[in-house]
Write a protein that binds this ligand. Structure first.
Ligand SMILES: Cc1cc2nc3c(=O)[nH]c(=O)nc-3n(C[C@H](O)[C@H](O)[C@H](O)COP(=O)(O)O)c2cc1C
Ligand SMILES: *[C@@H]1O[C@H](CO)[C@@H](O)[C@H](O)[C@H]1NC(C)=O
Ligand SMILES: *[C@@H]1O[C@H](CO)[C@@H](O)[C@H](O)[C@H]1NC(C)=O
Ligand SMILES: *[C@@H]1O[C@H](CO)[C@@H](O)[C@H](O)[C@H]1NC(C)=O
Ligand SMILES: *[C@@H]1O[C@H](CO)[C@@H](O)[C@H](O)[C@H]1NC(C)=O
Ligand SMILES: *[C@@H]1O[C@H](CO)[C@@H](O)[C@H](O)[C@H]1NC(C)=O
Length: 388
């Protein structure tokens, strides 16, 4: 009796080897992703993946809890992280008829360099947690698609290795942090320039410290950063003397700081709340861009403005572009897509480009340079409240 039960249970485990995996999708929009044929811990087929959120769920299925948390984490209650994802559902886009959209143009320039798309791969540390190809697959997928990649100074691979991973003639920028060790800053800026990177995204929002990221602190304490806590306007002036590369302050969260950067003659700013990983409670890119439009509109005429945070759909990017951003960054999605290496990152780029092009065409926009606030419904101000 006992042995026949054992045989039965053995048989059924052979007949159903891969029990359907159930993955908590964290409230992401339900677009019908079916994970019932997936095996926990195993890379699902890329053919199952139809949007950027699918890639996050796939990464959650494959990566260890620790590594998934390191990418997904955000500060404190993650209000800003959630607001980043949610804000785009509150903004309405106008779709105009009676326009010739037979010849779509998505290419643009960023700091004067040509790129095929107005979106780029934002700096994100430790790509090697997703795949052994680490930043190499991000660089080559970006290069083949003609889009910008900006590696993090906290990358898995060295500055020089990433520089060589791209395609011939590929233009990349590089992110840098404000280390309290000035020799380290000088050394890295020299190496970034020597390796051929064309600009520096200088992250100014970790003012000596990281946000408290509870979700990842359960695995590791990430509080020691080596970042400078006394980086003021004098330090900024001194920093600008350390390199001849153009510098773009990243992590601008107020119209006042945007205006200061304009007055100091920076060629561009990067509006970002660091994917909600730094100060919880700060506004989203949509709200910051609207604040700048209201209080310091001269910023948009005087310099290039890039933006990021929660961008997961082509329409999210179009919303930021219509509010005055020239280019839009993707942070977590390329890190998740990298579980398949270059192939995953390439699929992400083409899915996202397709969403953008399709939505542009449906909005009556033939060229990304035409995007302006006329593409936002007047309902925008109403839905975001009296301050906007
Ligand atoms: C895993 C991870 C690592 C990051 N590392 C850096 C970094 O080293 N330097 C930096 O300036 N920003 C870093 N960021 C912030 C991104 O550049 C970007 O601002 C943010 O991820 C955009 O939000 P999104 O992830 O919702 O697209 C990181 C973000 C993530 C998710
Ligand atoms: C950028 O594109 C423009 C317009 O297509 C072209 O005239 C210019 O030569 C290109 N510049 C570079 C550096 O490729
Ligand atoms: C500062 O940076 C330099 C150059 O990278 C390095 O040689 C030195 O050990 C660092 N000093 C400290 C105190 O970490
Ligand atoms: C930066 O360099 C310029 C020109 O060499 C010099 O006049 C200025 O004092 C320097 N500024 C700082 C803060 O080092
Ligand atoms: C990494 O990417 C490669 C393709 O470059 C892929 O074959 C491999 O399965 C991926 N996963 C890991 C864990 O390296
Ligand atoms: C916005 O773009 C549309 C279409 O390109 C144009 O007709 C309109 O004049 C622009 N509006 C503003 C305020 O620039």
């Amino acid at each position: 009796m006992l042995s026949s039960l054992l045989v039965l249970s053995l048989l059924s485990s052979v007949l159903q080897p891969a029990l359907a995996v159930t993955i908590d999708t964290e409230g992401l929009p339900d677009t019908g992703l079916d994970t019932s044929s997936w095996t926990a811990g195993v890379l699902p087929p890329l053919e199952d993946i139809w949007d950027l959120n699918d890639m996050q769920i796939a990464a959650k299925n494959v990566l260890s809890g620790k590594y998934y948390a390191s990418y997904r984490t955000a500060a404190l209650n993650e209000y800003t992280y959630q607001a980043n994802l949610g804000i785009y559902s509150k903004v309405r886009l106008n779709g105009f008829g009676f326009r010739d959209v037979s010849n779509l143009q998505t290419s643009t320039t960023i700091l004067g360099y040509n790129f095929s798309q107005p979106f780029f791969i934002a700096p994100a540390a430790n790509a090697g947690h997703a795949n052994k190809t680490a930043e190499k697959s991000l660089a080559s997928a970006a290069g083949k698609a003609g889009i910008l990649y900006v590696p993090s100074i906290s990358s898995t691979l060295s500055i020089e290795t990433i520089a060589k991973a791209g395609v011939k003639g590929q233009v990349m920028f590089h992110q840098e942090y404000i280390w309290s060790n000035t020799s380290q800053v000088i050394d890295e800026l020299d190496r970034i320039k020597a390796a051929g990177f064309k600009a520096i995204f200088l992250t100014v929002d970790n003012t000596g410290i990281n946000g408290i990221r509870t979700r990842s602190m359960r695995y590791t304490d990430g509080s020691e950063t080596g970042h400078s806590a006394n980086f003021d306007l004098n330090s900024l002036a001194a920093f600008r003397n350390l390199t001849t590369l153009p510098i773009v302050p990243k992590g601008i969260k107020t119209w006042q700081d945007a205006k200061t950067c304009l007055e100091l003659g920076f060629p561009a700013i990067y509006v970002s709340n660091h994917g909600g990983r730094v100060l919880d409670g700060v506004p989203t890119a949509v709200e910051i861009l609207m604040d700048i439009r209201k209080n310091a509109p001269e910023v948009f005429a005087g310099m290039e403005v890039y933006a990021d945070g929660g961008v997961r759909r082509g329409t999210d990017a179009l919303i930021l572009l219509a509010l005055g951003a020239r280019a839009v960054g993707l942070g977590r999605p390329p890190m998740f897509a990298n579980i398949w290496g270059e192939e995953g990152v390439s699929r992400l780029i083409s899915l996202f480009a397709q969403e953008m092009a399709t939505s542009m065409q449906l909005m009556g926009v033939a060229d990304v340079s035409q995007l302006n606030t006329s593409y936002h419904s007047d309902a925008l101000a109403w839905s975001l409240g009296p301050n906007t």
